[in-house]
Design a protein around this ligand. Structure first.
Ligand code: NCD
Length: 319
């Protein structure tokens, strides 16, 4: 695609977490940690740079953390938080929308209900596109958030057993987290879901191809004792074809203190949020609950990612 100067240009995009190498992820985690150590260094680092958040689907954390991240670095933000306030309602294509917005900003974070929309956008856009969630497909920036949280809590990203619990079929955060974590050594997965909400076959294939050990179980209690990380998820109401199925499955798992009795004392409990009923409020005060800390990690890693997409290297050629 053509850059702002009209010339052909190669831009970085983040559509799938596998667009980043492990080395690049390590680099982003280093920047995120540096942001906490030396916040003053980052106050103005994005001065005169602009981020657009184009959200065709609802969001609280992802959109606001991108915006907070950019504002904290002295940059500016613009965009929309629902498709209804954009020209999508007039029938404009995603490609035309991002090409237009690409004339105004330096980087775009977009969320769309249709799987694959960010790929289409990245093919025509003249500035970097960050996928902030596409339908039931992928959510790479939540995964970066999750990796930073795990790394900060566990001081490692390898040698662990991760339990993923809830809607593993439609939960895009789960799909991206599996894609990412299976690249680290000696990571195994316990996939905890009702049969109707198991991970899609393409994810199972990818686990088999990478030689990653995984098992599928239905009872959370059975999995609990062996877990280093428990990643709870919401049943994704908006992706169900009929309401009766949603109502039947929505409360399949509710994590409470009784269920945690069998858990390890160093378990890390995560959730991408929003939570509905799947974690009882009484768990919030347990020292193992890290889902609100995870929110903070989301801002730090998005600051790092924006810098990387803009080609700004605060660690001076660490890569
Ligand atoms: C998730 C999402 O949008 O996929 N939320 C988030 O980005 N933190 C999870 C969800 O909606 O259940």
């Amino acid at each position: 695609m053509k850059g702002k100067d009209g010339r052909m240009k190669q831009v970085k995009n983040l559509v799938n977490i596998t667009d980043l190498s492990l080395k690049e992820i390590e680099y982003l985690i280093k920047i995120a940690d540096d942001i906490v150590k030396h916040p003053e260094k980052y106050n103005e680092i994005c001065k005169h740079k602009k981020l657009a958040t184009l959200f065709f689907e609802p969001s609280t954390r992802t959109r606001l953390s991108f915006e907070a991240a950019m504002l904290e670095m002295g940059g500016s933000v613009l965009g929309f938080s629902e498709a209804g306030s954009s020209s999508a309602t007039k029938g404009e294509s995603v490609g035309d929308t991002v090409r237009t917005v690409g004339c105004y900003v330096d980087v775009i974070a977009m969320r769309h209900p249709k799987e694959g929309a960010p790929i289409v956008a990245s093919q025509v856009c003249q500035v970097p596109i960050i996928n902030a969630g596409d339908g039931g497909h992928f959510h790479p920036t939540q995964t970066l958030t999750d990796l930073l949280t795990i790394n900060r809590c566990k001081k490692r990203l390898d040698n662990m057993t991760i339990g993923l619990c809830g809607d593993l079929k439609f939960g895009r955060t789960v799909h991206s987290l599996i894609e990412a974590m299976q690249r680290y050594n000696n990571v195994s997965f316990v996939l905890i879901s009702p049969p109707e909400l198991q991970v899609p076959d393409y994810i199972k294939e990818s686990l088999k191809n990478s030689g990653t050990s995984f098992k599928e179980v239905q009872r959370l209690e059975d999995a609990m004792p062996e877990l280093d990380v428990l990643y709870m998820t919401r049943v994704q109401k908006e992706r169900f074809f009929n309401e009766a199925d949603y109502i039947r499955l929505k409360d399949s798992y509710i994590l409470d203190l009784a269920k945690l009795k069998e858990a390890r004392s160093d378990l890390t409990i995560m959730h991408p949020l929003p939570r509905v009923n799947e974690i009882s409020r009484e768990v919030d005060d347990d020292p193992r609950a890290q889902y609100f800390y995870q929110v903070l990690c989301g801002k730090h890693i998005r600051m790092a990612l924006i810098l990387y997409m803009l080609g700004i290297d605060p660690l001076e050629k660490w890569l």
